[in-house]
Design a protein around this ligand. Structure first.
Ligand SMILES: C[S@@+](CC[C@H](N)C(=O)[O-])C[C@H]1O[C@@H](n2cnc3c(N)ncnc32)[C@H](O)[C@@H]1O
Length: 221
């Protein structure tokens, strides 16, 4: 049984005033943090699997237990769906067989996105489903749009679908997308109609929270 979930509590009442500065810094100083060997190995395996599929890629970034990866693979049978999460515990939970056109990878996205970009990956769709909000104002740098990896994640291109139960996260992300790419993302309320893509989506929706969805068709760079 899932417990009711409380709405995000934050000391922010609107978008953080430092988003623009963080994004400018990420653009000026591309992330040079060394890549961890285990992330390289995980990426190489994923890359081999992707080549064996010879199908357009869908990336499910921060897939948690991988339910969304399985569902996306069923929804898009002509695509190869890769779910990435750093938590072995979450990935290891039993949520049924993984379809042939899906693959779950344990890796840190900060490395995985950069490796994917270097390898020329071009996901057709890229899902960021309910990323950790890090709602304290002091933690802006831990949100994906406040992190130096942001330009790499956006440079991968494709149709980006970001969902959150915190509207401020989505607004800030849209601001960052505009700053990096000059593109305007769409933001809308998201009603899953009881057809949940992820456990967090189910938990938030069943608790009566509003879900937010940002979409943008990123031009490849
Ligand atoms: C709030 S959970 C959402 C999981 C899933 N998308 C869902 O909606 O049920 C956020 C997930 O992002 C993963 N995550 C956070 N930072 C990550 C990173 N740097 N690399 C890979 N996964 C990360 C966490 O392990 C966690 O599973």
């Amino acid at each position: 049984m899932q417990h009711a979930s409380r709405a995000v509590i934050s000391n922010q009442t609107g978008p953080h005033e430092d988003v623009g500065r963080r994004v400018a810094r990420a653009l000026e100083h591309p992330l040079r943090k060394p890549l961890a060997d285990h992330n390289r190995r995980a990426f190489e395996q994923a890359d081999q699997w992707l080549q064996s599929q010879a199908a357009p890629l869908i990336l499910d970034a921060g897939c948690g237990v991988g339910l969304s990866t399985r569902r996306l693979a069923q929804r898009f049978p002509e695509h190869a769906v890769i779910g990435v999460d750093r938590s072995a515990d979450r990935l290891g939970r039993d949520h049924g067989a993984v379809p042939d056109n899906a693959c779950l990878v344990r890796a840190d996205l900060v490395d995985f996105w950069r490796l994917a970009l270097d390898a020329g990956w071009a996901p057709q769709r890229h899902f960021l489903l309910y990323p950790n909000p890090y709602p304290k104002a002091a933690h802006l740098k831990m949100r994906w749009h406040g992190h130096p990896v942001l330009p790499a994640l956006l440079a991968l291109g494709g149709h980006l679908d970001l969902r959150s139960n915190w509207s401020i996260y989505v607004q800030e992300f849209a601001q960052a997308v505009a700053q990096v790419t000059g593109q305007s993302a769409d933001i809308a309320c998201h009603d899953p109609h009881d057809d949940y893509l992820t456990p967090f989506e189910a938990k938030y929706a069943r608790s009566g929270q509003t879900l937010w969805r940002l979409t943008v068709a990123l031009e490849s760079r």
